[in-house]
Design a protein. Sequence first.
Length: 386
Amino acid sequence: MKEKLLAGFREVFKTEADNVYFAPGRVNLIGEHTDYNGGYVFPCALNIGTYLAVKKRTDKKCHFYSENFAHLGIIEVDLDNFNYYVKDDWANYPKGCIREVQKLGNELGYGLDLYYYGNIPNGAGLSSSASIELVTLVMLNEEYGLNIDRIELVKMGQRAENQFVGVNCGIMDQFAIGMGKANHAILLDTGNLKYQYAPLNIEGYSLVVTNTNKRRGLADSKYNERRAECETALEILKQYKDINALCELSLAEFETLSDKIQAEVIRKRARHAISENERTILAKKALDEGNLAEFGRLMNQSHVSLRDDYEVTGKELDTLASLAWAQEGVIGSRMTGAGFGGCTISIVKNECIAAFKENVEREYEKTIGYKPTFYVVLVGDGAKKL
Ligand code: GLA
């Protein structure tokens, strides 16, 4: 892959790149929509992601090119004077990262030629945007010798997305991509950023990601809306309990207070976040104990809660999950990521994967009208220089 990037760079910029970097995509096993509620998440980094070849320039311009958006050509950015522009499209993510580096008081004395290529399916909920952010930040850190520590880079990625791009995401994606470890999932407490690696002992089984192939459309505005609903719930519950985040409550504590929330929709949103947080802790424990059946049961429950209480699934994801639940050799299956389209994650017995794909594809197409796409994914390392 490194060779491919170097060749692509040469063709576009007519010169040789200095270095190549990689940042993975991520998939979340369980703990969905908890990361902006101070709860646990349990994601892992994938072996697919974003590659970046770079060369220093002598002026103060950055030239961005992506093989995935070749029709946009080279996007030029002046390091001394740039802003968010809709026309800059994907390049707004790396621009937001540069802005974060500058905000720390770093003077970037020269520009860069940058050639990106990603093999994460776009808009599938596998965090192609956080992957672009982290590959950019790890590169900037190295190319300009900034010595910023990894967790700080992760936070900068999140801020770039919140403040420059305008999506109010939590920290999960950037954390999983920045801190990932091959064959391990990460249990992260988003309330205090304490984390532990959990070996992914699923011998004989694989992680199968299935893409609904639904266009995500309103996903970002719906995402911000759910976040606001959780904030409303928190404001109400704070009057009765000294908490800073919804996931500081146990489900039992929440049940005693839930009737203080008048609006049913707000009550359901809070119940999802809090119940999902408990499921995530239980799931990590089940994995440690090698109890895959329990892990799968919790995944399925997570989907039901995201469907009924959080209402972020939709017909495509619900169809995929129900079909997966009915297949032989499936331990568990649920939507993963923000929802509103995107992918499911299923744990499937290796001998059963072929039949799983065939059956799910056939039945999904009958119901939805087009085919899903399957990816048997491997769990890889976090962002790095190649
Ligand atoms: C998106 C966001 C994450 C997280 C998930 C839902 O992926 O970027 O921060 O909130 O949705 O769990």
